[in-house]
Design a protein around this ligand. Sequence first.
Ligand SMILES: [Zn+2]
Length: 141
Amino acid sequence: MRIHTQKHFQVINNSTKLSTMPIRYYCSNGSRVSQAQIDKNYRHARAQKYAGMHPGLCHGCNNAPPQGNAHIIAQARCKTLHKAELIWDPKGFFPACGSCNQAIENPKGEAWKELKNINYCLEFIERHDPELFIKFQLQLG
Ligand SMILES: [Zn+2]
């Protein structure tokens, strides 16, 4: 009985070890990055892109103060595509207010058509995610 308990403990211990192993996401070149590395690279990319200057108004509407950065291709999608490096590509995000951030994330909506930087966004999407690009194209009818 004692041995059995011991074994059981061992199994729990092993599964705990497994669950604490960091998940890694693929980049285009086959290398893999942890979420911590993604966060660090993205932080550096923002610092480089804005170089200490205030980003100004939201690039989507040129009308509202940005609440953060919108990823042209959502971070989760970049991971699914095995193109995690797009998350920290300085061309892949822009200062955005909440509604413009939502607009670019929803190809089936209408709001993205009003974005001032939509041509820039669509070029980026076409280059890196043709499947998503088609979703936007279909909405144009
Ligand atoms: Zn905006």
